[in-house]
Design a protein around this ligand. Structure first.
Ligand SMILES: [Zn+2]
Ligand SMILES: [Zn+2]
Length: 314
């Protein structure tokens, strides 16, 4: 399960922290100002996901680097085209003569089309951009129990939206007569390998794996979407419907109120009604509108959120 925390305060830009259950690392989505993001959370960060580099999404990047230098491990940064060069430029604006080469390594995953990722590496003190690999994939990041895929949306520049998805897990239903043990692991392995005849020893009894398979079931994993700035256009909506279909929770930008739809169109942003209704069409279970224009006061934002849920519940 993915726990999520909005780390930016209402008068700040956007930054969301993702903490997977039973996992040592956390993950940061967007580098807007975030007064509630702690140094410890920054240091525990395993990957940073940036949708695009408009200043409200990238302004806090230096503060994050400030606390990651000296971690002596690789940290992944994902983003759309040009992200590698832009990260490098930010780093090169400081002097690094006192920093050791192994104090940190940034691995940059740049998504240049919906099925093309270029991986770079950046290390102090020179921060030369090294190309590591190019692959045809939409998987930007993966760990033991989950992966993160991306799609590019149109915001007059490409913006990258992310889907965190846990892999399905094989679970077992035990009872008083049937206690757990090493055999559970063996049974799950036999199930995964389709090995029906494997002998499984439970206490002093030997079973054929196939006779125990009925104890197992597949549990679908959690899913979490982060959809930032995008125009409320058909092409963007088709991609959202497809990529985030039936996701459990999705944070979606909702920059404007319905009455400001004209501004939304002009600035390639979404607005309350469109963000709400695309979440409905994508069958998202728990949509969360975020990233509101700073021109709105508290009451107006309350109205905006109401407009969003009106469209979602229709
Ligand atoms: Zn933007
Ligand atoms: Zn923005």
């Amino acid at each position: 399960m993915f726990k999520t925390y909005i780390k930016s305060r209402p008068n700040e830009d956007i930054s969301i922290l993702v903490k997977p259950n039973n996992h040592s690392w956390n993950y940061l989505c967007e580098c807007g100002e975030a007064s509630d993001l702690t140094v410890k959370e920054i240091q525990n960060c395993n990957a940073i996901f940036i949708s695009h580099t408009h200043i409200d999404h990238f302004v806090n990047f230096d503060a994050i680097v400030r606390h990651q230098i000296g971690m002596e491990r690789p940290i992944t940064i994902c983003g759309p085209i040009h992200i590698a060069k832009q990260v490098q430029n930010r780093l090169l604006s400081y002097s690094w003569n006192l920093i050791e080469e192994n104090s940190i390594c940034y691995v940059i995953k740049e998504m240049i089309s919906d099925n093309e990722i270029v991986t770079y590496q950046l290390k102090p003190p020179l921060w030369d951009l090294q190309t590591i690999s190019k692959e045809n994939s939409n998987v930007l990041f993966h760990e033991d129990k989950f992966q993160v895929t991306g799609i590019l949306l149109d915001h007059k520049i490409p913006t990258l939206s992310y889907l965190f998805k846990e892999y399905p897990q094989t679970k077992i239903l035990l009872n008083k007569e049937l206690k757990g043990g090493i055999w559970v692991k063996e049974l799950k392995e036999a199930f995964a390998l389709n090995n029906h005849n494997k002998e499984i020893q439970v206490d002093s009894n030997i079973f054929k794996a196939t006779d125990l398979f009925h104890l197992l079931h597949i549990q679908e994993g959690d899913s979490l979407g982060i959809i930032m700035d995008h125009g409320a256009f058909t092409e963007n909506h088709d991609k959202i419907k497809n990529h985030f279909n039936s996701a459990n929770k999705v944070f979606i930008e909702c920059f404007y109120k319905n009455k400001d739809a004209e501004f939304a169109k002009l600035n390639y942003h979404s607005f309350a009604k469109e963000s709400g209704s695309i979440m409905k069409k994508a069958n998202v279970k728990d949509p969360i509108p975020v990233h509101f224009s700073r021109k709105y006061n508290e009451d107006e934002i309350e109205d905006l959120v109401a407009e969003f849920f009106q469209a979602y519940n229709r």
